[in-house]
Ligand binder design. Sequence first.
Ligand code: N01
Length: 498
Amino acid sequence: KTRRADTPAISAVQKPASVLIIGAGFAGLGMAIRLQQAGIRDIVILERADAVGGTWRDNTYPGAACDIPSNLYSYSFAQNPDWSRSFSGSGEILEYIHYLVSHFNLKPYIRFNKNVTGLQFDEAAGLWHASTDDGERVSARAVVMAQGPLSNASFPDMPGLETFEGHRIHSARWDHDYDFTGKRVAVIGTGASAVQIIPELVKQAGFVKVFQRTAGWVLPRPDFETPAWNRSLFRKFPGAQDALRKALYVTHESMALAVIWNSPLTSVAERISRLHLRRQVKDRWLRRQLTPNFRIGCKRVLLSSDYYPALQKDNCKLITWPIATLSPKGIRTVEGIEHQFDCIVFATGFDVSKTGTPFPVTGLGGRKLDEEWARGAQAYKSINVAGYPNLFLTFGPNSGPGHNSALVYMESQLDYAVRGIQKILDENLKALDVKADAQASYNVAIQKRLAKTNWNSGCKSWYLTEDGHNVTMYPGFATQYALQMKTLEPSDYEATPA
Ligand code: N01
């Protein structure tokens, strides 16, 4: 049917959906699968890009891969027996995401190029209204925010940034048309993205200078090709893959003891990392420059077996002088030397909003979520916020993992959201709103536990707000997190019938 120019916008007459999901990355698609499996199919997914995949669609830099083993970095309800490596590359992870879309027939739910610009709760109707930047309005009984915590690439606020006349590339928005062959390249940053990019860049570029502000802890990455017999075993006996997944889960859980809290295992992990450095870097001066000055776990632990060797290639140099300014020709460090480049790669991370929301969210009585979160985001069990009924967050405040697969945490959140949404629909509720006191006491307990973690041991990281509050990470084992998400305690919620 063709729409006449004077017909009202479709949205104005569209029937509200049961559930609106914002984002078609891992979380949004997983949410749709779990809802579908619970018999809820009246779903709309709004995706701002023109393709699914979220972070794995965007992060296509050379060497992009996951630093959690693939058997754990996938959904337990959709295991992939065919992973080609122990740690898969971004291309294969994206293929897995495409597989989820086709296998679970998710395409019909997704509306691409729909950038949500605001969410508003209509108290009288018990509906959320989402507006998009092309002027559409989509309404739903419940909303799941799955726009991703690391989806906005950030260029640091450096003097002279705009004056640089060469090429600028951000790790999360790679320019595949740029030919690095023979080029003079700078890499700013030495975090998880940089340690994957640098070994690939040195293979192609003329030379690479790496600007390090803080040396990170690096552990070896046991990456290998999966033998064919292993894949056929997993295909024939899915139980064998389940068993491996459980073993990987337990191993990662034990890492919590090393990286979350300061324990004897913390020192063991540091010793292993120092040994890795000593084995791979013979030059004492370089080793000193690469030795971290904070406790392991305070920042994200890096996994790489080829980062240190890459730094020692003839065409690579580590620069530890702080950057003073960018100039038209390159980068000037504080001791006054100008390094000239054709291209600067910014592996400088993401704009992780810890005090705001990606778009205005208006709840009961016109309250605004970013005003409430101005001094640090908080939620009940990381998923619900008092005053914003029927709204579920994925990777909300204090749900980040430092030691285990993000997807393990994600599954707990998705299943919790299904429980809440089922309650809203089955009991025909206008509003299911977490009580403010339940949220407050949950957060008092979380902050008390956070104070004792390595994240608060003095380093600066994207986990913390400017004033040192950790509103990002969950201070415990993934198992603890999963347990708390197993039950939706009705007494913690205010339920308003329609
Ligand atoms: O970003 P980062 P990332 N001047 O913020 C430096 C996930 N991830 O993209 O440490 C100079 O960690 C900054 O220096 P410093 C993972 O959760 C996962 O690498 O702040 N330097 C740092 O070295 C990870 O935690 C995978 O002193 C500046 C770097 O830039 C998250 O993404 C792979 C600077 C930024 O490191 C982010 O990782 C990749 C400045 N002004 C990423 N500003 C997996 O394998 C910043 N830096 C799953």
